[in-house]
Design a protein around this ligand. Structure first.
Ligand code: AHR
Length: 325
């Protein structure tokens, strides 16, 4: 009897150790027959030039690494699609899930499911708002609050301190929209002459930026001194609206936006955009370095912040050729 119990115990121990459930935060080491690390990535969509560059960075970096198998899902800017994609990754038993959450809230349940399945989750680009921080292992990407502060500081440094400002916000409920607003407002709070007179979401898209700017101009066309756009795509859409309205973007209305995509540099060279604050989408190498480190059993830093700069229109022509997105 004793020996039967021992054999059963040894068999169970062997199965548990063989499955690798104790390694790497609960997942196996990526051995899916061909020894690849399988990563499920849920992308927000293709709403902006930034997002397209981010997708390219992730897919091209995965393709360079023979030990990585990437399963990529595009959520078309819908949270329900993102939750469905993450559930699919869990069902497939991927080694790591990474995603860029379209909004901050509403992911708790699916993250609990991932944790229960023993699959570590990396947040790429955007944060989630959950009670339990152990639901994700690392968050890599920009400091969006600081980006908002940088946009406001640039306006102040340039002497635009007695101005009516209209704001084009990003996707409602998203981390960059919330944080960029917070950072910007924090800095202008000390300047009594700087007032946000209108603020609305353009959903981070060029068409959204154009449409909302048209409405701002219709309502208040002669009283807008500054446009603060949470991304370049919305600023580029707004530039079209301003021109159609008969004003000169970059002169009649000073424009500061965020991302530093190529289109923003072209607009600055044409004198239509005054400043762009950098937000780098090139997160692919960092992401897969982190995935590999995790699979080696290393503990990742909880927060990895991307280093970024500010580009005013005066430097645009010199810098444009060095831009890779
Ligand atoms: O999360 C990063 C933001 O998302 C970028 O600023 C914006 O262009 C994108 O859509």
């Amino acid at each position: 009897m004793k020996s039967t119990k021992f054999i059963v115990f040894a068999l169970i121990l062997g199965l548990v150790l063989g499955s690798g459930v104790f390694a790497n935060g609960g997942s196996d080491s990526g051995a899916k027959g061909d020894d690849k690390i399988v990563v499920g990535f849920s992308q927000i969509g293709a709403e902006s030039a930034w997002r397209v560059a981010n997708t390219e960075s992730i897919q091209s970096e995965a393709a360079k690494r023979p030990n990585i198998e990437l399963k990529f899902a595009d959520a078309q800017q819908k949270q329900e699609n993102q939750i469905r994609a993450i559930r699919n990754f869990i069902a497939q038993g991927v080694d790591v899930i990474a995603f860029s959450p379209v909004v901050e809230t509403g992911f708790e349940a699916v993250l609990v499911e991932a944790k229960e399945a023993g699959i570590p989750v990396i947040l790429s680009d955007r944060a989630v708002d959950v009670q339990d921080d152990s639901l994700w292992v690392s968050f890599m990407g920009s400091d969006f609050v600081e980006e908002g502060r940088r946009a406001a500081r640039w306006l102040i440094e340039e002497g635009h301190t007695d101005v009516n400002i209209v704001e084009l916000q990003g996707t409602v409920g998203s981390a960059p929209a919330i944080d960029r607003k917070t950072g910007f407002e924090e800095i202008i709070a000390a300047e009594t002459g700087m007032k946000i007179t209108r603020s609305q979401s353009g959903d981070f898209t060029r068409s959204g930026g154009k449409e909302v700017m048209e409405a701002f101009l219709k309502a208040d066309g002669d009283n807008i001194d500054v446009l603060y756009a949470h991304n370049d795509d919305m600023a580029l859409g707004a530039i079209q609206a301003i021109e159609q309205y008969g004003l000169k973007p970059g002169e009649d209305i000073i424009i500061v936006s965020i991302d530093a995509v190529r289109g923003a540099f072209e607009a600055m060279i044409e004198g239509k955009l005054n400043c762009t604050v950098e937000c780098s989408p090139l997160l692919g190498p960092q992401l897969f370095d982190a995935v590999e480190a995790l699979m080696r059993g290393e503990t990742l830093p909880k927060r990895i912040v991307t280093e970024e700069g500010v580009f005013p229109m005066e430097v645009a022509a010199d810098v444009i050729d060095t831009r890779t997105y």
